[in-house]
Design a protein around this ligand. Sequence first.
Ligand code: SAM
Ligand code: SF4
Ligand code: SF4
Length: 371
Amino acid sequence: MSERVIPLVDQRLQALRAAVPALPVAATGLVADTLGRPLRDLRISVTDRCNFRCSYCMPKEVFDKDYQYLPHAALLSFEEITRLARQFVAHGVRKIRLTGGEPLLRKNIEVLVEQLAQLRTVDGEPVELTLTTNGSLLARKAKALKAAGLHRVTVSLDGLDDATFRAMNDVDFPVADVLNAIAAARDAGLGPIKVNMVVKRGTNDNQILPMARHFKGTGTVLRFIEYMDVGASNGWRMDEVLPSAEVRRLIDAELPLVQLDPSAPGETAERWAYADGGGEVGLISSVTQAFCGDCNRARLSTEGKLYLCLFAHNGYDLRALLRGGADDAELASAIGHIWQGRGDRYSQLRGTLGADTGSGGRRVEMSYIGG
Ligand code: SAM
Ligand code: SF4
Ligand code: SF4
């Protein structure tokens, strides 16, 4: 059994001050960080709660009945989220992903989707709106989400073998219900659907081929994610990471693959197509291959902190600004200024400096800032 590290410091209580800079940073649709990376992608965590206990994300030993989730008043309201999102879009964000925790646990989430669907990019285009979910509540919500303006969903599923999947989600949730949810989302028009599979060596690597065979030719894009050292509670060990290159070799030996060009700059997944035209798979090599060079993602936590990297120790407290009475121009200026100061590239540095490359303290949990 791997050692579990219980966080001693609650990172959620710490925050970096988000200030309105003396020299305003106008939202022009293009803001670059210190490495020249634009701001294009915003991930919004709408809840820190989840009904699953995936061992790599919210292990039961840590997220037990005594775990203190954020109180409701701490959460950004839908209006607050939309107001902040509007400023991010004015700075060039084109894609918003709702995540969590389990985003479909947030009450009336479709109302937020409806509000975000009204946003327009600087070119007057609708913002691409997506959501990542464990699928448990998706079958009953798919139609309402589509009607509210959601474009696509990504569903997480770590295997087809029921016993393996039930053990990994650790709440005995069956595979069949997730497969039904994927079908319901497709029927509701939320495709093309992506399926995320986190691969843990020795736990579900025997599910790689069954999953590839199952989704090949269905139009659903299966993406394999390397098990990451996010947060402080999943007891991560490098020997449990199965490098994407091995995943690709395994699939390629049975179902030949050819590499595709990335669909957009900053794309996290390497795209591979089945040589026989059976669709594509994605490989997300977050551990073995740094993709910080064109990382254009910002993350907004459940209570309104802006994180510049998935592995950041602290976030900037936008909620304090928002609730302190800042107007839209001031919010946009603060966001632009924070992004201009960004130099994060954790994955690139992981190999050279060891795991801890941040400014001290513990990293935040994935369930809190979203994947
Ligand atoms: N609950 C939703 C879900 O599971 O899809 C959304 C939130 S979850 C944090 C977002 C994504 O992060 C999921 O696809 C999940 O598998 C992935 N994830 C969580 N912990 C991870 C880890 N340690 N390494 C790699 N991926 C991880
Ligand atoms: Fe919940 Fe998603 Fe984390 Fe699993 S990966 S515990 S479903 S938030
Ligand atoms: Fe982006 Fe941080 Fe991941 Fe690098 S480590 S790709 S900067 S989120």
